[in-house]
Design a binder for this molecule. Structure first.
Ligand SMILES: *[C@@H]1O[C@H](CO)[C@@H](O)[C@H](O)[C@H]1NC(C)=O
Ligand SMILES: *[C@@H]1O[C@H](CO)[C@@H](O)[C@H](O)[C@H]1NC(C)=O
Ligand SMILES: *[C@@H]1O[C@H](CO)[C@@H](O)[C@H](O)[C@H]1NC(C)=O
Length: 460
């Protein structure tokens, strides 16, 4: 059903493009390709580009590439309307007074709720056609900033994204769409690696914010103890613009967003040019590197059973699902399981669902597991950071995701290179809660000094 739905939207958009696109874009295609938000706003300011043209450009790219890469599950049927509105607002106001995201098309991972004609399913067939109560908190902020919600990015079906799932395939749609220039910027979510891992693997920039810095309200949850929402983009500065637009208090995710708002810098997040120009002048970034440190209890943290992660997540997952599904009015977690039971094709991961359904809230076992995790985080990563007075730990790929996940810590992945088969990899900087300004500085310095990312090429 989903694929039909997806195709019908795409098909309509493709028809509407055939007539206009070749005229408008043959001369401009190269410059929109790989354009940053700053480039796009400059073109808009000089009256060379409207949001409508930009949106059409991306819709056309989606038409051509999505049948091959399948990164997008649904296109917003009102995307062009949103773009028109952004264009009208741009005409009515002075350019400098507009949000930097005004008119910029953005793609959302499929578990991020939109109260519009699009589905919010986390890839879960049982949720097709369900109506969410309201836009997710981050979506409300994006709309206020004038961003154009272009569509929903593919993800693994919900059930296989919970415990032992491969985090790389999970938010891969968001990463693939931006790197393939099918959209300007995108949003992903992370519970254990789903932003940092695809960013690393597809040569994108991903920011996993401190837990609660961005609202999780209206995002189909796994566990509120670890879930975060953050940008996946082509450059650090694009990711920082998106981060700036989505951070802040949300009364629908009150406790976590109130707690984390204290970390938001006055004047917002910025990429600073100073550190990388310093790098170029002196040949070094001015960073003091401390090599070969080891998180003392890393083996415990990485061992699933010992640290009790499984126990807690199973119970938390059920509680979070029931809370989320209650707002959809019609369905409970048990209904979803029953739906899957009836559909033999949807049985993957059902064991884990049943195990979660069999839990009974946070009892002594779960409490002890939660205590152990917090204790391990305090005695591991936090202690290491404090004792060595570190700003960040930098690891290749996405090795540190679990440590960052259980500690609610932020991380940023930037492209770092390609292996001998041409497969990309990134490096990830992680730090203590609220360390985003430092991590952004490190990531941006690295990006500007290396400029290693290339857009993918497609074999004919
Ligand atoms: C979290 O991700 C890491 C890295 O991919 C993986 O080794 C670990 O098993 C995952 N943990 C959970 C609880 O999913
Ligand atoms: C981990 O837990 C599972 C199920 O609780 C058990 O079957 C397995 O033997 C345990 N593994 C270790 C290494 O303790
Ligand atoms: C907390 O963790 C440390 C180091 O991993 C361990 O030595 C200590 O026994 C733990 N505390 C409790 C109360 O479990």
């Amino acid at each position: 059903m989903v694929s039909i739905l997806m195709r019908s939207h795409l098909f309509l958009q493709c028809l509407c493009l055939l007539a206009s696109l070749s005229l408008v874009f043959t001369s401009q295609a190269i410059s929109i390709q790989e354009a940053s938000i700053t480039d796009l706003q400059l073109a808009s300011k000089q009256n060379k580009l409207t949001s409508r043209q930009l949106t059409k450009f991306y819709l056309c790219k989606i038409c051509r590439l999505n049948p091959v890469v399948r990164a997008i599950i649904e296109v917003n049927p009102d995307g062009l309307k949103c773009a028109n509105r952004a264009d009208q607002e741009s005409k009515a106001k002075k350019h400098d007074l507009l949000s930097i995201l005004r008119g910029i098309p953005i793609l959302l991972k499929d578990n991020i709720g939109t109260k519009d004609k699009q589905n919010t399913m986390a890839g879960l067939f049982a949720l097709l056609g369900s109506t969410v109560a309201r836009d997710a908190g981050v979506v409300a902020r994006l709309r206020r900033a004038g961003a154009v919600i272009l569509g929903k990015a593919n993800m693994n079906e919900w059930k296989s994204y919970v415990l032992s799932a491969d985090p790389c395939s999970i938010s891969s749609g968001s990463a693939i769409s931006v790197v393939a220039n099918m959209v300007a910027v995108s949003l992903g979510t992370e519970t254990n690696g789903s932003i940092l891992c695809p960013a690393s693997l597809y040569s994108a920039v991903g920011i996993k914010p401190t837990l609660g810095l961005t609202s999780r309200a209206g995002v189909i949850p796994i566990t509120p103890r670890q879930d975060t929402t953050g940008p996946i983009c082509r450059t650090v500065s694009d990711a920082v613009y998106v981060l700036d637009a989505i951070v802040g208090y949300d009364h629908n995710d009150a406790e976590a967003t109130r707690e984390a708002s204290k970390y938001i810098p006055r004047g917002g997040y910025k990429v600073s040019q100073s550190s990388w120009s310093l790098w170029q002048e002196t040949g070094q970034a001015g960073a003091v590197l401390v090599d070969n440190l080891k998180i003392k209890n890393i083996d415990v943290i990485l061992n699933f059973n010992l640290s009790g992660k499984g126990t807690a997540v199973l119970a938390e997952f059920k509680i979070a699902q029931d809370a989320y599904l209650e707002e959809l009015v019609l369905r409970s977690f048990a209904d979803i399981i029953a739906f899957n039971q009836k559909n033999s094709k949807l049985q993957i991961g059902q064991d884990m669902f049943l195990a979660s359904e069999a839990t009974n809230g946070i009892g002594d076992v779960e409490k002890s597991a939660l205590f152990n995790m917090a204790n391990q985080s305090r005695n591991g990563f936090e202690k290491l950071m404090m004792q060595n007075n570190l700003d960040a730990i930098v690891t290749p790929g996405f090795e540190a995701v679990l440590v960052l996940a259980i500690g609610k810590f932020p991380g940023i992945s930037v492209p770092a290179g390609y292996d001998d088969k041409g497969v990309p990899f990134g490096i990830c900087s992680g730090g203590l809660k609220g360390s985003e300004p430092k991590l952004i500085e490190i990531a941006h310095s690295f990006e500007q000094a290396t400029k290693i990312r290339k857009p993918p090429s497609f074999k004919p």
